[in-house]
Design a protein around this ligand. Structure first.
Ligand code: UT7
Length: 327
């Protein structure tokens, strides 16, 4: 059975920062509250010229360059996003922008777990021998759907895109994974469609509404994260026949610095082994793990052969972990 190797990473460079001080001009909050409760100093907001597709394509281009792979060699593009440019899917626009003429492309939605779910999904196509080169992208523009008058959510989110290139290899570097969902907790975090009935003809009415802003029960999601994330990482490690002591880097979904600290402490992973860019990017949903991974690789922290434990968690509710060996 072919294995999976991770041979390139990339992220999009967003240039419009929104600081805590900026936000405190809009809602009743402060730099001190946001920093101590979340670890966030600033986040980036997509510019008018940016689209989800353009950010995703930029991240993918950087990843392909690192992998020294031409776009025409890509077999599959998997785009994890909850904020598509087009509800029919945005991955095909990314395929066209990249010139990945041979690739099939589709979207996958699992909110902040999207990148981990997409990584594991992509790996199955490689393991079965169907595809050789896959680009996995996590990208979100949550600023489109944030209620900018709700201080309990608007201080958390930012926009971004990150990507990795997977290649078929003799030795499998996806060492273990575990994916979970619990729809009974769906109400804790939503970006829900709100229908409005509009009479059409006779007794027939159509339901044409729009998506409501993000709503979240922060305390419930916080409790869920600090309990379920260590557990799911331990299950993935068990499948990989590894222990927490063998984790070189913990790359978690960047939701809150307090969550990163709590998970690391429960797993007994030293703080210097925890990758965090919370202060600069905030929570970029499906993009947060590949951006953190890419920054750590380019900074020379994550090196070839390092064992990286990644875990995503969020709306659905969904959560999942993948243990990979970089390079
Ligand atoms: O990516 C998806 C996953 N999402 C997450 O992982 C989010 C998980 N949850 C969290 O990270 C945290 O629960 C938050 C950062 C959202 C909130 O932190 P918290 O320590 O749980 O605060 P809280 O909700 O318990 O609120 C404490 C107080 C409240 O005031 P009272 O009721 O004690 O008077 C809030 O009204 O802080 C108030 N508050 C704020 N104050 C200033 C809430 N938001 C703000 C704000 N600025 N932005």
């Amino acid at each position: 059975m072919p294995g999976v190797s991770l041979v390139g990473s990339g992220s999009a460079c967003l240039t419009v920062p929104l600081t805590n001080a900026d936000l405190s001009q809009r809602v009743d909050t402060s730099d001190e509250w946001i920093l101590t409760r979340t670890g966030i100093r600033q986040r980036h907001i997509a510019a008018a010229a940016d689209s989800l597709a353009s950010l995703a394509a930029e991240a993918a281009r950087h990843a392909l360059t690192m992998a020294e792979l031409g776009a025409e060699e890509v077999d599959l593009i998997l785009l994890a996003t909850s904020t598509p440019d087009d509800l029919f899917g945005t991955a095909c626009q990314v395929q066209a922008a990249l010139g990945a003429t041979r690739a099939v492309a589709f979207d996958l939605t699992a909110a902040c777990s999207g990148f981990v779910f997409a990584l594991v999904t992509a790996a199955q196509y490689i393991r079965t021998g169907v595809f050789k080169h896959v680009v996995v992208i996590g990208a979100d523009v949550l600023s489109r759907w944030t209620n900018w008058d709700d201080r309990t959510t608007c201080v958390l989110f930012g926009d971004g895109a990150g990507a990795v290139v997977l290649r078929a290899a003799d030795r499998d570097r996806l060492l273990g994974f575990e994916l979970c969902s619990d729809g009974t907790l769906n109400h804790c975090l939503n970006l829900a469609y709100r229908a409005q009935a509009a009479p059409l003809v006779g007794d027939v009415a159509v339901q044409q509404g729009s998506f409501a802003p993000i709503t979240m029960n922060g305390r419930e999601v916080y409790k869920f994260a600090i309990n379920r994330v260590p557990e799911v990482i331990e299950k993935a490690l068990f499948r990989a026949s590894l222990t927490t002591a063998e984790i070189d880097w913990l790359v978690l979904h960047q939701a809150n610095q307090r969550i990163l600290d709590a998970v690391a402490s429960r797993l007994n992973v030293a703080p210097e082994r925890v990758v965090s860019n919370m202060d600069r990017h905030g929570n970029t949903s499906a993009a947060s793990i590949p951006i953190a991974l890419d920054e750590a690789v380019r900074a020379g922290q994550i090196k070839s052969g390092d064992v990286v434990a990644t875990a995503g968690f969020g709306a659905g509710l969904t959560w999942g972990a993948a243990i990979v060996q970089w390079g």
